[in-house]
Design a protein around this ligand. Sequence first.
Ligand SMILES: Cc1cc2nc3c(=O)[nH]c(=O)nc-3n(C[C@H](O)[C@H](O)[C@H](O)COP(=O)(O)OP(=O)(O)OC[C@H]3O[C@@H](n4cnc5c(N)ncnc54)[C@H](O)[C@@H]3O)c2cc1C
Length: 213
Amino acid sequence: MTDEWYMLAEEERLFCDVLTRICAERIAPKAAETDETSAFVHDQLATLAEAGMLGANLPEAYGGSGISAPALLRAVAIVAGACGSTASALTAHYLATDSILIGGTETQKQEWLTRAATGEALGAFGLTEPTAGSDPADMKTRARRTDTGWHVKGTKCFISNAGVADFIVLYAVTDRRSDIAAFRPSFCPRARQALMPARRKRPWGSRAVMSSR
Ligand SMILES: Cc1cc2nc3c(=O)[nH]c(=O)nc-3n(C[C@H](O)[C@H](O)[C@H](O)COP(=O)(O)OP(=O)(O)OC[C@H]3O[C@@H](n4cnc5c(N)ncnc54)[C@H](O)[C@@H]3O)c2cc1C
């Protein structure tokens, strides 16, 4: 036990204990085969959704668990210990929903966060570009408002979940440099056509996290 464990509330420790059991019984046994086949972790995410993990980073007002940051850290470590690909898919989903929580409109929060918290909608987070990884300020992707939505031009890479996500939070430079455009590929067929599977295989342990560029 670490000091951090004693910072958790009683119900958070219970949450982590239940999660540990679920991961040991239903996620870890699939990890090696998942990595071998690179099959996306749909079943594992459904299991985590049942456990309340897909909204563990969100407040209760949007259907989340509202657990503390140390509890969330512990919970993600439990998932990562069972399956690296599942943890990558889960945390990419968190990056997408955290972005909406921080920068989205109330309408976007009501529409996407509540469904993301139950696992009904899976998110992807589109920040990295071929020449903008550690330094997103060098981002080249541009977004311009049109009468019907956004016109986006640019190239992204390493976008976990992108090929299967229900919505992608896409970071792009706009005139005002601070807008976040959240869109769903099924609403934007041109965007889905623009997603291509990554050519290179992921390292051992996270091969099942589908990435697109
Ligand atoms: C498994 C996986 C999943 C990913 N999923 C996503 C995703 O869902 N969405 C997304 O947007 N991105 C995703 N990424 C991309 C990831 O966030 C980037 O790889 C990361 O930001 C680093 O960018 P880069 O690869 O371009 O490396 P670079 O920025 O080119 O950095 C290369 C090296 O140089 C070092 N470096 C860079 N700048 C400096 C500096 N100023 N001083 C000192 N050292 C420096 C870095 O630490 C690193 O070691 C994913 C990556 C991986 C591996």
